[in-house]
Write a protein that binds this ligand. Structure first.
Ligand SMILES: *Cc1c(COP(=O)(O)O)cnc(C)c1O
Length: 410
């Protein structure tokens, strides 16, 4: 990073004038926390007693034998409290809120996962909590709304615009402008204005720090490749940071291919063919937008990957060639999920399953004395209805590859 908050050509902090003081305070608190080794110690302690850190690195022997190439290891972020890597970020920001002396947190959520994680953190730290959620999403994600409310959060259904995530983001910012003295905005991923991308990436780096030690202990050397799904990019940045300086470790980000890149119904910003540079939601990155800069509707079977922007840090790493980007279609995701359940007794979230798809396509290319790591960002329990529905549609079955067969793509 050269200029503060920029990663090559990407990032920045495009914020309204009234929020400048708040961001100054946030930057200061973050810089102080980063420079204070007791803060990271406190964070690690919290995550080991309240969540499940260090999360295990599981060797998937049956899948490895099935594909007959490199050993497949799975980093188990699903075993975190609330079932995904999101806990790493929200609990870290909770500790920062305590340092800043603020009493209230707000967040926006689409599928509800970040809302539940934030409400959990607020309950644990005794903070007031308001979650903005598009009215459409409130109806679609009833169980998550129920738990947020039971944990004491106020869920505000947003009725403007398309009544989904991007409208909820606008409402949350509106709230913050009038409440910033006592309120912190809990950003859910490595996006948004500086310092959020750097801050969220820092908390999530705990994944990669653990994984690097674990693979050396368990396998005796570094992996050849590391795979992670990319929505905003926080779980990917989390595991990638553990291997960033290991030039021989290839880093692979997998975006939502939806119904296929040609269909236009996907959320592939960096692996795709129809994104462009833009500034929105406070930062500069590659967005899925039309010629007028209006955000497009995106599609993915995985709600957590269904987002128009992507981390400016990842866009820079993509431009520099450090991270390779691929995409997985909805159908490929169902096939990978099915195989993982049958072979390992593990249920990855639909989001995480995107990383499994790409790893499965490439595992056979590696030698048996090489390893790959898949970051399993979360557990699939939340996806039960989507998965049940998809498995009633037999068309996904043709995508299951047997040993030696080619993996079909859309
Ligand atoms: C939210 C979510 C994601 C996407 O977010 P990133 O910031 O890209 O990590 C991926 N997997 C799961 C399980 C999620 O809940």
């Amino acid at each position: 990073m050269t200029t503060k908050g920029y990663y090559g050509n990407w990032g920045g902090a495009f914020i309204p004038e009234v929020l400048h003081e708040t961001f100054k305070q946030l930057n200061l608190a973050f810089e102080q926390a980063k420079g204070d080794p007791t803060f990271w110690q406190e964070y690690k302690e919290l995550m080991s007693t309240y969540s499940c850190r260090p999360t295990p690195l599981t060797c998937a022997d049956n899948l490895s034998d099935h594909f007959g190439g490199g050993r497949i290891y799975i980093k188990r972020e699903d075993l975190n409290h609330t079932g995904a890597h999101k806990a790493n970020n929200v609990m870290g920001q909770g500790l920062l809120v305590k340092r800043m002396g603020k009493k209230r947190v707000i967040a926006e959520t689409g599928a509800g996962q970040h809302g539940v994680a934030t409400a959990t953190m607020a309950a644990k730290f005794g903070l007031a909590c308001t979650i903005y959620m598009g009215e459409e999403d409130v109806m679609r994600q009833r169980p998550n709304v129920f738990w947020m409310e039971k944990m004491g959060a106020t869920v505000v259904p947003v009725t403007s615009g398309s009544k989904t995530l991007k409208d909820a983001i606008n409402e949350a910012f509106r709230d913050w402008v009038s409440s910033m003295d006592d309120t912190h905005y809990v950003m859910g991923t490595v996006c948004g204005p500086h310092p959020f991308p750097e801050m969220v990436a820092w908390f999530q780096s705990i994944i990669g720090l653990e994984a690097r030690k674990q693979i050396i202990n368990g396998f005796g050397k570094l992996p050849a490749r590391v795979y992670a799904c990319v929505g905003g990019g926080s779980n990917a940045m989390g595991i990638f940071q553990g291997f960033m300086d290991d030039k021989d470790v290839e880093l692979v980000g997998v975006e939502a291919g939806g119904h296929g890149l040609e269909s236009g119904e996907h959320a592939a910003r960096l692996a795709g063919i129809d994104s462009s540079a833009g500034v929105a939601q406070g930062y500069k990155t590659m967005f899925l937008q039309n010629d007028d800069g209006q955000m497009r509707d995106t599609h993915s079977v995985a709600a957590g990957l269904d987002y128009v922007g992507v981390s400016p840090i990842l866009t820079d790493l993509w431009e520099k060639g450090r991270v390779r980007f691929e995409s997985a279609t909805d159908k490929e995701v169902m096939a990978a999920l099915d195989l993982t359940m049958k072979k390992e007794g593990i249920i990855p979230a639909l989001e995480s399953s995107h990383a499994f798809v790409q790893a499965f396509k490439e595992a056979g290319d590696l030698a048996t004395d090489q390893a790959l790591i898949i970051n399993m960002s979360g557990r699939g329990d939340k996806d039960i209805f989507t998965i049940a529905h998809a498995f009633n549609d037999p068309s996904w079955k043709e995508f299951i590859r047997k040993k030696g067969e080619e993996y079909a793509t859309d």
